[in-house]
Design a protein around this ligand. Structure first.
Ligand code: CIZ
Ligand code: SF4
Length: 319
């Protein structure tokens, strides 16, 4: 704890000295989320992080999250320096969708509109017609379906499948998954619901269909946080990364939150629902973020220009 306090003070001083702002994702260590808030940065989902970074006057953005979030921030604000505590923090969805293979897949289906999730590399975004986050995936696909378009969706098959069920659109899925959400189990969730019959069940749509089917609310991180505030329930079972409890508990101090089971017994496993890549962001590498020489995000300008087109479509759609 003494060392933690020392790190925190050091990070605060460094942010000031370098005219930098810290933006953290909801899934990072609660200590890092608290530090982002204390220092005038923000805690948010991937899109809000990039938006905040763009609007903030600081010339350097410190992105505590995973690599695609740093890339998205850089694409939106190429004139700023974007640093991350470690570039090794990636994502199973990004890893599972290499740009060359994805591009071939798109070439095989030229009649389809390409919609990709934000959790992808800059190169995959550059190949897409649309980029979406989980908060607007359904609305965008519904809009395209109304126009008679057929969809090619990547990379998360569970989210794509959910969007297909909700909209009835013709959706061809890439075979990718999030290693965190994929582990939630419907059997265990039923057992936990029996144990806490008053609890509302909040589920992120990267979870498998049988888990989504048990939800009271299905939504993105921001939408689930909003549901925790707005529902009258005092108790919740939450199927997403447990990092989100920092914000839920902060906004709803009197409510109780249980992490959804990742095993059939109904037992909750505190170390399970926690993204290993998000967890690579720690105070130690944050404190050395200005000293490392291999942690700046670079996106090829031509690739960034191409990726900005579907990203801008998403930003304009939301307005
Ligand atoms: O699962 C993730 O990594 C999410 C929800 C990212 C995001 O869009 O904030
Ligand atoms: Fe990727 Fe899943 Fe981790 Fe989010 S929680 S960064 S989708 S592996």
């Amino acid at each position: 704890p003494e060392q933690e306090a020392e790190y925190r003070e050091r990070i605060k001083a460094l942010l000031q000295k370098h005219n930098a702002v810290l933006v953290a994702h909801y899934y990072t260590d609660p200590m890092i989320q608290a530090l982002a808030e204390e220092t005038g940065g923000c805690v948010a989902d991937s899109l809000e992080m990039a938006r905040f970074g763009k609007e903030h006057p600081a010339q350097t953005l410190i992105v505590a999250g995973v690599k695609f979030m740093g890339e998205t921030a850089k694409i939106l604000t190429p004139e700023k320096r974007v640093l991350m505590p470690t570039l090794e923090a990636t994502c199973s969805l990004d890893l599972g969708c290499p740009a060359d293979q994805f591009s071939e897949f798109c070439d095989q289906h030229p009649d389809r509109t390409v919609v990709v999730y934000a959790n992808t590399s800059a190169a995959v975004k550059a190949r897409a017609d649309w980029v979406v986050t989980s908060s607007i995936a359904k609305d965008v696909v519904d809009y395209l379906d109304q126009k008679g378009e057929k969809i090619l969706w990547a990379p998360d098959k569970h989210l794509g499948d959910y969007v297909q069920r909700e909209t009835g659109a013709d959706v061809l899925l890439w075979d990718g998954a999030c290693i965190v959400h994929e582990e939630f189990k419907a059997r265990g969730l039923e057992d936990l619901k029996a144990l806490y019959p008053e609890a509302a069940v909040l589920v992120h749509p990267e979870s498998p269909e049988p888990v989504v089917a048990l939800a009271d609310v299905v939504g993105s991180t921001s939408q689930l946080i909003k549901a925790a505030q707005e529902l009258p329930n005092q108790e919740f079972i939450v199927a997403t990364d447990q990092g989100i409890f920092y914000k839920m508990q902060q906004l709803c101090p009197d409510k109780t939150f249980h992490v959804a089971p990742t095993a059939g017994s109904g037992a909750t496993c505190r170390s399970c629902a926690n993204c290993p890549w998000m967890a690579m962001n720690v105070l130690e590498n944050l404190a050395s973020v200005f000293e490392q020489d291999d942690n700046e995000i670079h996106v090829d300008p031509e690739l960034a220009r191409k990726a900005m087109i579907p990203l801008q479509r998403m930003l304009d759609f939301r307005k």
